[in-house]
Design a protein around this ligand. Structure first.
Ligand SMILES: [Zn+2]
Length: 285
């Protein structure tokens, strides 16, 4: 009897420990690698100085139009860094206006095992509603890529353009970064859009980088939390947007929203693991 009680206590404390470890896992999907290894080292040093441990992070490059060779070299640099720093997931890039060269680079990246790219209409100077963007995103989805796209609403029509892009490329999983920033209210359309039969796939995901830091202590906090639940907690990822902001800021802000432990765990780790780290079957080539 005594032994059974001891065993039960032991199992209980083990499961508590496991849960505590789970709670601490964190994936930072939004780390800009502007200066190669120097950026990786600076990021990891900042995380360590904050007393945090990052379980994994996405290192981002963004391709410049007209610089095909440089894009390839930068993508290769990211891949090499991800081998030296296994916590880093390479988030490569192409420019959607580069035509055949962009498609060729996508295929090459897929062959090298890369499965995440970042596109940024403002930084890369393209229109998210351009048909070349749709074509590229469709192909990326076929090759098994997840496509991160900036959604900070610093360009007119950002939200509706991205909404329609994801509708038109239903087999491509998108992560819209910053969740619309101060225009986050738009995305509360998702629960209604999901009621339209045959309209929506489950390919809409978001990171809450920057926006979570801004809104955690704002009068808009409750509305933001309502939005998070409307777009679906399972569709949300955490990001710092290093070097502009730190992982600590993102983690602290997330913990101040009043979400449940389970919701926090999903946003910190589970969703990123499911969407970015586990193998997903590629669709027909
Ligand atoms: Zn960014």
């Amino acid at each position: 009897m005594k032994h059974r009680l001891l065993l039960a206590l032991l199992l209980l404390s083990l499961s508590c420990l496991a849960r505590a470890a789970d709670r601490q896992q964190v994936f930072d999907v939004h780390v800009h690698i502007w200066e190669g290894e120097k950026s990786v080292k600076a990021y990891l040093a900042q995380v360590a100085a904050a007393g945090l441990e990052v379980t994994g992070f996405g290192g981002i490059h963004m391709a410049v139009l007209g610089k095909v060779a440089e894009t390839r070299a930068k993508n290769d640099e990211l891949i090499a860094l991800s081998k030296r720093y296994p916590k880093m997931l390479p988030i490569a890039s192409v420019h959607p206006y580069e035509g055949a060269a962009a498609f060729a680079e996508l295929e090459r990246l897929a062959g090298l095992g890369v499965r995440t790219i970042k596109l940024h209409p403002h930084t890369q100077k393209f229109d998210a509603a351009d048909e070349r963007v749709l074509a590229l995103c469709k192909r990326a989805g076929e090759l098994g890529f997840v496509v991160l796209m900036d959604n900070a609403n610093i360009l007119p029509g950002d939200n509706p353009k991205l909404f329609n892009l994801a509708l038109q490329a239903p087999k491509t999983h998108f992560v819209f970064t910053h969740l619309g920033a101060l225009e986050f209210r738009f995305w509360n359309i998702l629960p209604l859009a999901r009621t339209a039969e045959g309209l929506m796939e489950s390919n809409f995901h978001f990171d809450i980088s920057g926006t979570v830091v801004l809104l955690a202590d704002s009068p808009l906090k409750d509305e933001f939390v309502w939005t998070l639940r409307n777009v679906g907690i399972d569709n949300l990822l955490l990001g710092s947007d290093f070097p502009q902001m730190s992982l600590q800021k993102a983690v602290d802000a997330l913990s101040r929203l009043g979400l449940t432990e389970e919701e926090i765990r999903k946003i910190r780790w589970d969703n990123a693991e499911r969407l970015l780290l586990k193998e997903r079957p590629k669709s027909v080539r």
